[in-house]
Design a binder for this molecule. Structure first.
Ligand code: SAH
Length: 349
């Protein structure tokens, strides 16, 4: 074990069978060693900085039926909403006043937001705040659509691959295609975005073989960002009675991801903060270096219910901003309100 961990730390690489071997045989001491090496790696690249992104959840309409997700089309109990362009701009303005220089626009796959509307949102934000980075997270689109959004000024795109096992992916995503999702990620990279892939931890049926595949896929794609969070059941979904992913496994996956991709931007996710009150702090101590506080209007926060018991749904954006900063400081890190680009990325015009 010691040799594998040392190799991972020095070479930032392990073969799939080595990762599996590690996951199958790891003990408490090895885990601590991996976490401390991941922290060391993060600090070598990004120092103590933690980047802040303002998250705007602008629609919870979705045409898909991912079986774990609370905003799936078939969930009749979901209380649907869409923000208007004005509401999105108000959230962005509030974020700007609070110091944010990057916005993440996330939503379900909502056909109301045709490409022209997405471009209009990007243009509005970029013309008012040209110095701010825009991240989109609106699911699978054609190459042409991704290209249009990029040309309009979008800088980054988050599209978790969710799970790298095609077999489990297909079970969890009715009428979707694993190949298309992966293809989207490669298209986004080719166009020039900073790309975020990522996966959930503890999905029903998950096992070490799948995590080894997830980590290998990440190593192969080399995304600029990786979103990893525990699966948390949402009561109105087919997985509503399943158990959630664990803190320990999520933290281990964050640490391994940092060691495989030293320069990656790695959020300590809201889901991690939901399964444990100090989950995000623990994530930051295991190699994560991004947090994404919520800028969505309070009236819609609870409605963007991907899973149950989501934290901070009642808080003002300003309150979130202060609370997160205190948490980051108490964990021994510093807030960086800049754009926080991946250090290897440069925009291709
Ligand atoms: N429609 C966009 C955004 C999806 S929501 C897209 O397809 O990319 C953002 C992420 O939330 C998803 O990628 C998924 O990994 C996560 N998520 C959804 N349901 C979840 C649940 N029940 N528990 C934890 N994370 C969940």
């Amino acid at each position: 074990m010691k040799e594998l961990i040392q190799k991972l730390y020095k070479e930032n690489h392990l073969e799939e069978n080595e990762i599996l071997d590690l996951l199958n045989n790891i003990n408490k001491e090895d885990t601590e060693d991996i976490i401390s090496k991941a922290l060391d790696t993060k600090e070598r690249v990004y120092g103590k900085k933690v980047f802040m992104r303002g998250l705007i959840e602008f629609t919870n309409y979705c045409k898909n039926n991912c079986v774990y997700c609370g905003i799936r089309a078939l969930n009749r109990n979901a209380d649907r909403y869409r923000l208007t362009l004005e509401e999105i701009m108000e959230a962005a303005e509030e974020g700007y006043r609070l110091g944010y220089r990057t916005y993440v626009l996330q939503g379900g796959e909502d056909d109301y937001f045709i490409d022209d509307r997405v471009v209009e949102i990007i243009n509005s934000i970029k013309s008012k705040f040209p110095m701010c980075a825009i991240t989109l997270s609106i699911g699978e689109k054609s190459y042409e659509s991704y290209k249009r959004f990029y040309e309009a000024g979008a800088d980054r795109y988050l599209l978790r691959h969710e799970i790298a096992s095609k077999e489990l992916y297909d079970k969890l995503h009715p009428n979707m295609s694993f190949e298309n999702r992966i293809n989207c990620l490669y298209n986004l990279k080719e166009i020039g975005y900073q790309v975020g892939a990522g996966f959930m931890v503890g999905l029903p049926g998950a096992r070490n073989e799948y995590y080894a595949k997830d980590l290998c896929f990440i190593k192969e794609l080399k995304p600029h960002m990786v979103g990893i969070g525990p699966f948390i059941p949402q009561k109105d979904t087919p997985l509503g009675k399943e158990s959630k992913g664990t803190l320990e496994t999520t933290i281990l996956m964050l640490a391994l991801t940092r060691l495989l991709l030293p320069e990656v931007l790695l959020p300590a996710t809201t889901a991690l903060g939901t399964i444990n009150p100090l989950g995000r702090e623990m994530g930051l101590k295991a190699g994560a270096n991004v947090v994404m506080p919520n800028l969505s209007p309070r009236s819609v926060r609870e409605k963007y219910a991907l899973y149950d018991n989501k934290i901070c749904t009642g808080d003002e954006a300003a309150h979130c901003r202060g609370c997160i900063e205190r948490r980051i400081n108490s964990a021994g890190f510093e807030v960086d309100m800049g754009r926080g680009d991946n250090i290897t990325w440069e925009r291709i015009k």
